[in-house]
Design a protein around this ligand. Structure first.
Ligand code: SF4
Ligand code: SF4
Length: 120
């Protein structure tokens, strides 16, 4: 036991001084969800597959909404997205005092329509 005490006194701390020292996420960790809304087609598959029902897609309003506090980080939406625009990074959501919903609006370019042709 004395040996252990001296060894622990000499050795560094076994834990990290969080939040000063933050451990980088593991490879393949399923962290925060991000949507590259430019690549999203608002197909709604992620919303249908999500077991926590934390994604809502409103096609008419071009909105993609996500409640990060209901997400269980399962990654099913990422796997099922046909456009690969959903990704999970390695970090987890930081503690907060207020709940927020992420609302992304897809900018849709107006379709050009030929109204008249002139010949010069
Ligand atoms: S599955 Fe992908 S493309 Fe379809 S709404 Fe979700 S994020 Fe957008
Ligand atoms: S990671 Fe899982 S719980 Fe979170 S939004 Fe995607 S499907 Fe839903």
């Amino acid at each position: 036991m004395i040996k252990n005490i001296f060894r622990n006194l000499v050795a560094g701390s076994a834990t990290r001084a969080y939040p000063i020292e933050i451990r980088p996420g593991f490879d393949n960790a399923r962290g925060e969800l991000e949507n590259d809304i430019d690549g999203c087609t608002l197909c709604g598959i992620c919303a249908k597959k999500c077991p926590s029902q934390c994604i809502r897609v409103a096609r008419k309003q071009n909105l993609w909404e996500f409640d990060p506090y209901a997400c269980v980080y399962c990654g099913i939406c990422v796997e099922s997205c046909p456009k690969s625009c959903l990704v999970q990074d390695k970090t987890h959501k930081k503690p907060t005092r207020m709940k927020e919903t992420l609302i992304l609006k897809k900018e849709v370019k107006p379709k050009l329509k030929v109204v008249a042709k002139t010949s010069g």
